[in-house]
Each structure stands twice: as structure tokens, then as C-alpha cells.
Design a binder for this molecule. Structure first.
Ligand SMILES: Cc1cc2nc3c(=O)[nH]c(=O)nc-3n(C[C@H](O)[C@H](O)[C@H](O)COP(=O)(O)OP(=O)(O)OC[C@H]3O[C@@H](n4cnc5c(N)ncnc54)[C@H](O)[C@@H]3O)c2cc1C
Length: 392
């Protein structure tokens, strides 16, 4: 793979809206990605293998629980810093950002928000350093966009719960130490349970043959009469709103992350357009290639403004689920379109692993589907503005 020469576009001088702390956090994540992710990621993606050696570094740059309070091992940062870290990590690879998002918003967040003090102290500090890795089990073979229909269930056996069912498409599952699993009790109410690797009847087979997020491990979670200790139930929130609250936090991070992938594709295509000579002039001097680049930087700038404002709203506790949906949908679609155009700009070279674009493009095909598909987020916006849920 080519050396990482990335230069971040900032067309509207958005750095002026950031604090010194934001810039420090962003720059250290950026430097870490250049040093630790860029040199190795193509090889790991080609081999469809997660690079375990980066886990410790991810913890050190605040990639695990950036906004979790320091007393629980988190970095205690605000939502803009959280977003900037996700942007930088996904600039390197969406699969690495997925590991970070799952650990932060789908494992640490529910333990912090819905767990009790013993659970927080037991799990959060180890998750923050990466000593422990978690995964989040919501999706099932027959319930993806409609998770409320889930059939995974647990029964109260007096001194423990008995968990049965299966989850599918679970990031980090093959090597996770713990899983935050969403299951229905005997009354049909959804609760979160912390299931630990090693519990009898709990297995995590890996999902192979993915063409997307190849450097992120995906698998199933299978529960065959798993005895879960009663103290592993998250006591402070139940119902579908509990997992959806985690998704709000993760989707917000994805909205930022997608900008990182888009910036990397744009920056690569811009540099290539100045160097590649055809018909005796750089391809960047042709109107058709300039149209692509001009539209890319316009869309990146709009997405940057959208997420920055959303970050301010989240810091103020005012961001709605529908606002987060809009940003996730817009920014991932924007990044995917830019990746496809950038790939074309590199001609034949665009399909090789010499450049990051094709990997970003394939990764974004998962990002546009997981954490709510492109169409489902449109329906959320539609419901928000009309008051009519069109899902059913
Ligand atoms: C690589 C990867 C990693 C993932 N990681 C996790 C994870 O860690 N944890 C987890 O729980 N899940 C995870 N997922 C699952 C992901 O969230 C689901 O794939 C996603 O929610 C879509 O569900 P589905 O695949 O079952 O598609 P379906 O729900 O079957 O949807 C199929 C199509 O139908 C459309 N559709 C569905 N309902 C409607 C409707 N009412 N109106 C119009 N169109 C509709 C959808 O938009 C989509 O285009 C992951 C998925 C992938 C690919």
C-alpha cells in the first residue's frame, strides 16, 4: 500500500469551531492512525483478519468510551471529541471504527447508563483499556430492521436466568469476552443481559466470506440453555428503548466516522488527479474530473457542518433520535457516493489495494446497512415530519 500522505480537507475553516482540547484529541487520533493503522490495514483486510495488536492503542487514544466518565476508566470527553475520534479512526478503516463504536456505544454505554454500580466497576475500566472486548447482540436471523420482534428469551429459574435463542451479524462476536444481549422475559419485555465467554451453552461462530468490513470480525451468538447469573441483568432500563438508546449514541459516531472515510477517498483522488497525466495534461485539469472533486468537497463540507451542529446539540442534551438518523443516513450515503466516484477517478489503479478507496467503498456497503438501513432512517425522518409511522 502507498505511504499515508493524508491531508484533511477543511474548506469552511471548521477548525475555528473546535476547542484546543478537540484539536489535541483529533490530532493524536490522526497521528496514531497514520502510524499504527495505515501501514497494516490493507494486509489484514485482504486476509479478512482483525488486527488484535491495535486494541491497546485504540484504548490509549480514547477509542473505547471517549465520553464515559474518568472514574470508570473512560476519557471523560465531550460529544464533539467523541465524533472527531470516530472520524479519524474511520479515515483509517470502517472495520476498526466498528470495533471502537461497538465497545464504546453498544457495550460501555448500556453498562454505564442501564447498569448498577457493581457492574460499572467490574466491566468499564477493563473495557476502556481494551483488556476486555465486548459485543452487542440485538439482530436475529428473522428480526433485523424490526428488532422488537426478537425471539431470544430468558426465564427466571429462581437463582439464575435461563437464556435461549440466537443473534446474527454481531461485530466482535468471535473474540469478545462479554456480550450485551437483548432478550425478552416471560412477559415479553426486552432486557439487557451481560453474557460472559465461557458460560456453558454460549458459542460465537464466525461469519466468513464477507466482501465488506473484512478487518472486523463478525459472528453469531448462540444461547443453548445458558445459565446467566441474576446479577448480570442490566437493572435500570428495559423495553425496546434501551437498545435503541445505545444505537443513538453509536449512529452519532458513525455520522462522524463516515466523514473520515469520505475525506480519505477525496484526498487520495485529489492527489492522484494532479499526478496522473493523460492526453498530455493532469486528469485534474479536465472538467469532468473537477466536477467530481468539486462535488466531493461540497458534500464533505455540508456533512461536517451537520455533524458539528449535531455534536453541539448532543452536548446540550437536545439531539433527537430523528436528527441522529438524518445525519447517519446523509453522511454514509455521501461517503459511499464519494468512494464510488473516487474509485473511478483512479482508473484501473482504483481497484487495487495500493490505494484505500476500494476498501472504504466495500466497507461502506455495511455501514449503510447496519445500525439502521438507509431506507429505515428515511422512514424515521418521514415519521418525524408527518407523524405517521410507515414501517408497518
Ligand atoms: C458487517 C455487519 C455488522 C453488524 N454488526 C451488528 C452488531 O454488532 N450487532 C447487531 O445487533 N447487529 C449488527 N448488524 C446487523 C444490522 O444492524 C442489520 O443487518 C440491519 O439492521 C438490517 O437488518 P437485516 O440485515 O435483517 O435486513 P432486513 O431488516 O431484512 O432488511 C432488508 C431490506 O428491507 C428493507 N426494509 C425492512 N423493513 C422495511 C420497511 N418497513 N419498509 C421499507 N423497507 C424495509 C431494509 O431497508 C433493507 O433494505 C451488523 C450487520 C453487518 C452487515
Amino acid at each position: 500500500m502507498k505511504p499515508d500522505l493524508f491531508q484533511a480537507p477543511d474548506y469552511y475553516l471548521l477548525d475555528d469551531l473546535l476547542t484546543e482540547e478537540h484539536k489535541l484529541v483529533r490530532d493524536s487520533a490522526r497521528a496514531w492512525v497514520k502510524k499504527e493503522v495505515s501501514p497494516i490495514i490493507e494486509e489484514y483486510a485482504q486476509r479478512a483478519e482483525f488486527p488484535h495488536q491495535i486494541v491497546k492503542g485504540l484504548g490509549e487514544i480514547g477509542g473505547f468510551g471517549p465520553y464515559i466518565p474518568v472514574e470508570y476508566g473512560g476519557a471523560g470527553l465531550d460529544q464533539i471529541s467523541y465524533g472527531l475520534i470516530m472520524q479519524e479512526i474511520e479515515r483509517g478503516d470502517s472495520g476498526v471504527r466498528s470495533t471502537s463504536s461497538v465497545q464504546s456505544s453498544l457495550v460501555m454505554y448500556p453498562i454505564w447508563k442501564y447498569g448498577n454500580e457493581e457492574q460499572r466497576m467490574k466491566y468499564l475500566p477493563k473495557l476502556a483499556t481494551g483488556e476486555m472486548i465486548g459485543c452487542f447482540g440485538l439482530t436475529e436471523p428473522d428480526y433485523g430492521s424490526n428488532p422488537g420482534g426478537m425471539v431470544t428469551n430468558f426465564k427466571d429459574m429462581g437463582d439464575h436466568y435461563l437464556l435461549n435463542g440466537a443473534k446474527m451479524w454481531i461485530s466482535n462476536a468471535p473474540f469478545a469476552d462479554i456480550a450485551v444481549v437483548w432478550a425478552k422475559n416471560e412477559e415479553g419485555r426486552i432486557h439487557g443481559l451481560i453474557v460472559e465467554r465461557g458460560m456453558e451453552g454460549f458459542t460465537t461462530p464466525e461469519t466468513h466470506n464477507k466482501w465488506s468490513l473484512r478487518a472486523s470480525a463478525t459472528g453469531e451468538l448462540i444461547f443453548d440453555n445458558v445459565k446467566v447469573p441474576k446479577e448480570n441483568l442490566l437493572p435500570n432500563k428495559s423495553g425496546l428503548g434501551a437498545p435503541l438508546g445505545c444505537l443513538d449514541s453509536a449512529r452519532y459516531g458513525i455520522a462522524w466516522g463516515a466523514i473520515g472515510a469520505a475525506m480519505d477517498c477525496y484526498d487520495t483522488a485529489l492527489r492522484y488527479s494532479k499526478e496522473r497525466i493523460q492526453f498530455d495534461k493532469p486528469i485534474g485539469a479536465t472538467q469532468l474530473q473537477q466536477k467530481k472533486l468539486a462535488e466531493m468537497i461540497t458534500e464533505i463540507t455540508k456533512a461536517q457542518l451537520l455533524t458539528w451542529r449535531l455534536g453541539v446539540l448532543r452536548n446540550e442534551g437536545k439531539a433527537t433520535t430523528a436528527q441522529i438518523s438524518m445525519a447517519k443516513r446523509n453522511n454514509v450515503d455521501m461517503a459511499l457516493t464519494i468512494a464510488r466516484d473516487a474509485r473511478q477517478m483512479l482508473g484501473g489503479m482504483g481497484i487495487t489495494g495500493e490505494y484505500s478507496i476500494m476498501r472504504h467503498m466495500m466497507n461502506l456497503e455495511s455501514v449503510v446497512t447496519y445500525e439502521g438501513t438507509h431506507d429505515i432512517h428515511l422512514l424515521i425522518t418521514g415519521m418525524d415530519v408527518t407523524g405517521f409511522p410507515a414501517f408497518k
